[in-house]
Write a protein that binds this ligand. Sequence first.
Ligand code: ZN
Length: 243
Amino acid sequence: MSLPKIDCLIYDLTLPLSKKKVKFRPFLVKEQRNLMIAMESNDSDTIEKNIRQVLHNCTQTDVDIDKLPITDVEFYFINLRARSVGEIVENRYECKNEVEEGKPCGKIMDINFNLLDVKVEFDDGMKDEIQLDNKISIKLKYPEFAVLERGKKFDNKTDMAFSMIVDCIVHIYDAETEEFHYAKESTPEEIMEFVESLTQSQFEKIEEFFDKQPRLVKKLESTCSKCGFHHTIEVEGLENFFG
Ligand SMILES: [Zn+2]
């Protein structure tokens, strides 16, 4: 006789960057165990692989996790974690307020917050169309989750940055000929050659787009019970949401 199967709730979520709608189930005990082992390893490669796997398992919609923007994946994972384990997380921060000269307070503050309150912060001034000179402009997209995996084959940050830019160019527009050159119709070598031909200041405009891409932020406020200092703490980056 087979044992009964447990039904689970299905949740809906709209991903903030791609605007994709996904349906997901909470993760199961065995998946949570694997995630905890991965988180404890502190190894970003192991953590990414497990996040990809668990999101893939839990997603009930046809969506390729690797093709979602990194921030969407992080936002998705935080929501999945909230629906699976619980919304409230407890983080610890040390009060670094200087009470005497050169002597920080040192009180450990426990601060709880709700994962469902974590929002994506957009930089409104940043556009995905970048004018490089008076005739050439490019359209960029946010790096997708698979970029993290592809980036591992490079042993220096410069090569990694170049490869990410090549990955994120959607098209190059030439106002003189009124022609769009779509990245998917070019080879990566051709795009790399184009990126390498940019001037330093044009290259910096592109870097700015990546520096200012939307990120997950939660602002915490707490008053230290020992010294009375009022702290405003900005939590950002996936790993910092789980203490
Ligand atoms: Zn204090």
